[in-house]
Ligand binder design. Structure first.
Ligand SMILES: *Cc1c(COP(=O)(O)O)cnc(C)c1O
Length: 398
């Protein structure tokens, strides 16, 4: 099918919610994507921090194909060896002792919210959940409520109650909002959708210590920052904090839809039989993929390699501060953002990079977001940096 046919059918029949670039992806190999016109792109989008091992990784492809031939899905009414194996590996690697498996990030956060509420109920109380300005936690009604998006809040009201927000990175405001009716705090260490915007180390540590002193649950949304993205398995490890609950999705199964909510033994056993569930959640196919991704990360040495390559990317990007229209360079590991001044639309950079064979996307407020596969190599990064440098050098601020 040629590109125009593909585009026409989507335009006619898909609900009109997405802004799409004018290419159709045909296939991928390694860290590259190929469009239907045969153009090749080095991919710094990775399905939005999702294709952790790039495309057609031989080990992952084999694990998935083997599982497809065996069994893809059975009801959670039955045990499967692959889910059992994965859940053991995930808990061992993460240090959490309880997990619930689902199919997306929003569902993982929905689970975290329900779990926190169940903890409060078990204590005979009902408490609020506090989230940050600028947060993105998903698109279900509850996760949208803790997502900073006024327009959507208006469109989908009435929203669930029992949530409040604090000002980004503002510890005084956080302290003031942490009143007796707050039972949990939900936070991203780096706000991905907001343009790779990190919290200060001091803010996170102080917020965590304060929550602990008040017996308030600390929930970290690791959906974008987790699974090696920032150079550690989970981003909270950079800050020496130990959340009660974390949520995962995106890179967790290398592109097979999956989400997870992990909790300590005490918190994770607040749910009782029948309190939560999912038809697809943690099915055999997803677990086979996730198990292989985690094995490659932890036993295969990818985590260490991704951390080193992430440093390499960070060092290479630092030199772009010489361009006065690049106002901030943020992020950790293989999750980086270049903040452009309002005078230069980041979208124009996205297009110019695509013409040169590099895919990036724009997040937040005019930020170029770089979240390549964890398998990206230094020489691939060199090519990208050279292309970006050429574009920057040719950019005139009017
Ligand atoms: C992507 C994302 C989500 C939502 O994940 P979906 O799979 O799209 O539901 C939630 N939180 C964060 C931090 C994300 O980056």
């Amino acid at each position: 099918m040629n590109f125009n046919k593909i585009k026409e059918a989507e335009a006619a029949h898909y609900m009109p919610v997405f802004v799409r670039d004018n290419i159709a992806i045909d296939h991928g190999e390694g860290n590259y994507l190929f469009d239907t016109n045969g153009n090749k792109y080095l991919d710094f989008v990775a399905g939005i921090a999702t294709n952790a091992l790039g495309y057609n990784n031989p080990e992952l492809t084999e694990a998935i194909c083997d599982q497809v031939k065996k069994v893809m899905h059975v009801s959670n009414h039955y045990y499967t060896e692959v889910q059992s194996r994965y859940i053991s590996r995930l808990c061992k690697a993460s240090g959490f002792s309880r997990a619930f498996l689902c199919n997306s990030g929003a569902e993982a956060n929905e689970c975290a919210i329900k779990l926190a509420r169940k903890v409060f109920k078990n204590r005979g109380t009902s408490k609020k959940i506090l989230a940050s300005e600028g947060a993105f936690h998903g698109r279900t009604l509850a996760t949208l409520t803790v997502t900073d998006n006024k327009n959507q809040h208006e469109q989908y009201s009435p929203l669930p109650v029992g949530f409040d927000t604090f000002k980004y990175n503002d510890f005084d405001d956080f302290k003031a909002k942490l009143t007796g009716d707050v039972g949990a705090v939900m936070i991203e260490t780096i706000q991905g959708e907001r343009g790779v915007r990190p919290f200060d180390n001091d803010f996170l540590v102080n917020a965590y210590v304060l929550c602990k002193s008040k017996d308030i649950l600390f929930i970290v949304d690791e959906i974008q920052t987790g699974m090696g993205r920032t150079g550690k398995l989970f981003s909270f490890e950079h800050f020496g904090i130990q959340p009660d609950i974390i949520t995962l999705a995106k890179g967790i199964a290398g592109g097979i839809p999956m989400g997870a909510c992990l909790a300590t033994e005490e918190v994770g056993t607040a749910f009782a039989v029948g309190d939560h569930g999912s038809t697809f959640g943690g099915n055999a196919l997803a677990c086979a993929a996730a198990d292989k991704v985690l094995e490659i990360l932890t036993d295969g040495g990818l985590l260490e390699r991704a951390a080193a390559v992430g440093e390499y990317l960070g060092n290479a990007l630092a030199h772009f501060s010489k361009y006065n229209f690049i106002t901030d360079i943020r992020g950790l590991g293989l999750m980086r953002g270049l903040q452009l001044s309002e005078k230069i639309p980041a979208r124009s950079f996205e297009e110019k990079l695509r013409e040169r064979g590099y895919l990036v996307n724009v997040a937040g407020n005019n930020t170029i977001r770089l979240v390549p596969p964890l398998t990206i190599t230094p020489s691939e990064i060199d090519g990208f940096i050279a292309a970006l440098d050429e574009i920057c050098a040719a950019t005139n601020v009017i």
